[in-house]
Structures are given as C-alpha cells and as structure tokens.
Design a protein around this ligand. Structure first.
Ligand code: VG1
Ligand code: CO
Length: 543
C-alpha cells in the first residue's frame, strides 16, 4: 500500500452540466479520465483533511470500478473516513440523507440518472456538498477550472475493497465503512410518513404497483413497501438493480415506463401506480386511468402535505423550476405562502431550503422533494402520496379531480428534440432571443403573445445571478411555452419545449391534453421555427 502521484494532462470536456459530469461510458474509459475529474473535485474541496466523504452510485456499468478508484483517491487526499453503500450502491436521495446525518463534508454520487446504462450507455459523476445537495454553480465552475489545469492525481495503490459486506475496513489512514444503503433512509421516512396508516391501507387490500425499472430504488422500495408497510410481495417490480437497467431507459415517464402506464389504464389497474429512475430521485405517479403530471403532483402534494406527520406544521413556502407548470403557484396563493421560481436543476433549491424559505419543491421532469434532504426523492414522493390517500381515505383519481375543480387545471406536455445538431440548436435559441423584444402583442395562430423573456435568476439568499436559463413566452389565453437546451444530454443537443395551458372552466377540465395544447404546440413551432432550424417535423419524445 503506497501513495502514488500520477502525472496527467487535462481533458477539455469536463464541464459539469445540470447534474454533474455526464458522458458516454467510452469517454469515462479513457485513461485518467475518471481520476482527473475526481482529483479536480477534491482540489476544489477545502478543509477535506480529516473529514468524511460519502460514496455510492446507482449500480450502472462502471459503478463498482469508479467507487473503488474514488475510495483509493480519497484516502490519498486526506479524508479520514468514507461511508460507502454496500455493493457500491446509494440512491441519490439516500446519499443526501447520509451526508446530512453523518456530518460528511460531501459525497460523490455515480449516476447518469435516467439515461441508459451498460457499456454502450452513459455514466456520470456528481458532487454533493455538506448540506447534502448538488454542488452549486460556484463550485462546479471551480471544478471545471481545476480540470483544465490538472497536472497530477493522487491515489493509494492497493487491492480493491470488499464492498459486499457491511463493516469497517481501512485504506492507509482512512476508515472505509461499508453501510446498508437503505438503513438511514428508511429511518428518515419513518419519521416523516405515517407508516401505520399506510400499513392499515395495505392490510385492507389496497393495491400498488411500483416499477423500480431495474435501477437503484429496488432495494429501497422493497424494504419500505413490502417490508415496513406490508404490501404484498410483487408490489415492487423490476426490483433488482442491473448494470444496464435491463436494456431500458430507467426514465419514469409514460414512454419509458410504458408497461406500468398501460397497466394503470387497463381493466385490471391497481389503486396506484408509481415508478422511479436510475438513481432514485425521480418519480412517476399514475392513478387508475389517470396520469398525474409531475407539475400537478407537486401542487397536490403541497396542498395536502400537512396530512403527513413530517409536515403537520404546514408548508412555509414552495419552489418550482421555471419550466414546471404554474399549478403549485395557485396552491401557494391559497395558502398565503411564497412560490419561488428557479432555473432547471436541483442545485438551485439548496439555498432556499437551507434558509428555511421553502418546505417543498419540484420540477416538471418528475422530481419532487422537501426539506428532509437536499435532492429530489422519488420514493419519498410516492410515500407522501400514499400517506395522503391513507389519511383522506380517498382514491388517487378523486384527489386529482378535486384539485382541478378547486384550482383549475394546468394542461402540460413536454416535447424533446433529441440529438439535434448542436450548432443548429444554438442558432435556434439565438434566433429566439433576438426576436424576444418584438414578440409581445403579436398574434400567432389562435394566440396572442403577452410577454417574452430569457429567464434570469437572482438567488434571494446569496444574490448570485444565473442568466440565459430558457426563453419563456406567455400568451394572453393562459398558455405558456418555454424553450431551453438540455444540460444532461451526451450526444448532440436536446431541445426541450415545455407547453402548458390553464383552464378553469368546469366543462373543460377533462379534455384530452393533446387537443387542449395543440394551438400552443403550433405557436411554439412557428415562433421558434423548429423545423427550419433542426430539420425535424416531430419531437423525438413527448411526455
Ligand atoms: C434534466 C431535467 C432537470 C433535472 C435534470 C437532472 O435536465 O430537465 O429538471 O434536474 O435532468 O435530473 P436537462 O438540463 O437535461 O433538462 V436527474 O434525475 O437526470 O439527475
Ligand atoms: Co435521477
């Protein structure tokens, strides 16, 4: 066992995106690529001497190997202790929970989230800070600077650790504690959620189907749903994490979680359907014959959260990412609390949560969470839903319909144009930005533009400013369109077009979303000249 200092040269493409560094597996397999990035992270963590680091990932291809490398490098970089999930597994919300509970200085979470895995798929590395949340922009920029100047990395040259059993091992002066990945998370859920009420509901015959999509949530969902809450075995499907997620996109939406979606729309639909993504931070909620959009789910949870023990004191404020529908704002207005609007990506919620300004927050991309951790938390959202159903005794579909009847409905859809030529995508965005000033007042098809801007966020806590976070156009008819480029894609550019329209006419609450949104979709295509710029006449994915 000896300390090695390995000379290296920088890679030019290690800029972290919306959620860490995410690339094709083959990119990470280049010699020194992983080591350069991990050393750059460590270089940007002051005071790491003697501190604790949390390490784990979603189990995808390369997970084990990079966990081993990270531990050997951590030992050579002054950390005193590393907490690592058994088998190298930790869901993103569980990593956040463990960092907070054990006073770690931060964590390295290995995941490319909902992107496909396996040798041909994607891999990713993200840094979470001492509050348990994704590193903010100031730190990710500092890491990027480090990657451009790196000259050497350090590691302890030693045999791989045994990660299959819990217990304490040592590398050099660093203790490595292999922990049950689910234990701390399960205790936290037990504090927040009324487990006995939900257990009674299951005992009464309530039926749930939870699709873990062969990703990291399987062990957590089994431990809680089938273990603690007594749901029948088989409630959790695809519950064993696989390095390639069974060959699928572990993305909980109606396209990639098709089987669950179809089951919930069949004659044999159980009472509730849910799914989560690769690293366990996203969730999909489906009531029988009724898909709940993530934006609606956030609003509904905000309206009912007080029914769960962890939120009995009420919700102090809420936040949503800018492209998320405005449904939660309507709830906030009724509760007399503030609704914050942030750029896309969980890192922007951190300051609001730390300052106690908000209790709940979420994104249209199936992310919802609260102040219990500093990440989005897929299983937590499902448990809070179950708690609400148990506390009200109502069916999920009735909760949704009552919500629309009270607040109106924000019809919502997202169109993604994937693997578009990057230059063409940039041109489309700059064309849009150029015409922002002249859009208000214009008539586009059936709609009239009310306002148009390029979203800029000033953090209310530290006044940091983040610009160019997406073009948003609102229409006089209660509709809105947002355009932005994805920061998590791994090939070409992905144009995301977010489309919504508010209806509060009682006769118009149960229409097919595609019909209600069609004029808004047409307006979006026309304003952004999508086909002219991208050569695509249809999106690749509609969710
Ligand atoms: C996407 C989503 C965003 C989410 C991010 C990470 O980012 O839109 O809401 O926070 O993924 O989620 P982008 O830049 O591709 O639109 V996860 O579950 O992939 O860590
Ligand atoms: Co995720």
């Amino acid at each position: 066992m000896r300390l090695k200092k390995v000379p290296t040269t920088p890679f030019s493409d290690q800029r972290p995106g919306t959620s860490g560094l995410r690339k094709k597996v083959a990119v990470f397999q280049q010699q020194h690529y992983v080591e350069n990035f991990i050393q750059s992270i460590f270089n940007s963590v002051p005071n790491r001497d003697g501190s604790t680091l949390v390490v784990g990932g979603d189990g995808r291809f390369l997970n084990q190997q990079v966990v081993q490398t990270t531990l050997k490098m951590a030992a050579a970089n002054g950390f005193a202790r590393a907490l690592v999930g058994q088998w190298g597994l930790l869901s993103t919300p569980a990593a956040s929970c463990i960092i907070r509970k054990h006073g770690a200085i931060g964590g390295i979470v290995l995941s490319a989230s909902h992107n496909p895995g396996g040798p041909e798929g994607d891999f990713g590395i993200k840094l979470n800070t001492a509050n348990g949340g994704p590193a903010p922009e100031s730190i990710t920029s500092a890491i990027f600077e480090e990657t451009r100047n790196i000259t050497e990395y350090r590691l302890i040259d030693t045999a791989d650790l045994e990660l299959h059993q819990t217990g304490i091992q040592r590398i050099g002066d660093m203790l490595v504690e292999v922990v049950d990945p689910t234990a701390d998370y399960v205790s936290l859920m037990r504090e927040l959620i009324d487990f006995s009420a939900i257990a009674r509901m299951f005992a009464g015959g309530f039926r749930l189907q939870f699709d873990a999509m062969h990703a990291v949530t399987g062990p957590y969902a089994r431990a809680i749903l089938e273990g603690e809450l007594g749901a029948p075995v088989g409630t959790v499907i695809n519950g064993v994490p696989k390095a390639d997620f069974g060959g699928h996109h572990p993305d909980p939406n109606p396209v990639h979680a098709r089987a669950l979606f179809d089951l919930m729309h069949s004659a044999n639909a159980p009472d509730f359907g849910a799914a989560s993504d690769g690293d366990g931070d996203r969730n999909m909620i489906v009531a029988p014959h009724l898909f709940v959009t993530p934006s609606d789910s956030l609003a509904i949870l905000a309206a009912h959260a007080h029914r769960a023990p962890g939120y009995a004191a009420g919700v102090v404020g809420v936040a949503r990412s800018m492209p998320t529908s405005r449904a939660v704002d309507r709830v906030a207005a009724t509760l007399g609390i503030h609704a914050y609007e942030t750029p896309t990506g969980w890192k922007f919620f951190g300051n609001l949560l730390d300052a106690g300004l908000i209790t709940l927050c979420g994104e249209e991309s199936a992310g919802t969470s609260s102040n219990h951790v500093r990440e989005k938390d897929g299983l937590w959202a499902v448990l809070l839903w179950l708690n609400i159903l148990a506390a009200t005794g109502k069916r999920a579909q009735d909760i949704v319909r009552e919500h629309w009847a009270k607040f109106g409905r924000d019809y919502y859809t997202r169109h993604d144009y994937e693997e578009v030529d990057s230059v063409a995508a940039e041109r489309l965005m700059s064309h849009l930005r150029d015409k922002l000033v002249c859009l208000p007042g214009q008539r586009v098809g059936e709609l009239s533009v009310a306002a148009a801007d390029d979203f800029r966020y000033v953090d209310p806590v530290d006044a940091s400013m983040t610009e160019h976070q997406g073009v948003r156009i609102t229409f006089q008819e209660g509709a809105r369109v947002v355009f932005r480029l994805s920061g998590t894609g791994t090939s070409g550019a992905t144009l995301r077009v977010y489309i919504e329209r508010y209806e509060n006419d009682r006769e118009r609450l149960e229409l097919p979303p595609a019909d209600v949104l069609a004029p808004v979709v047409d307006a979006a295509r026309e304003i952004a000249q999508i086909e002219a710029f991208t050569d695509r006449n249809e999106p690749s994915v509609i969710t």
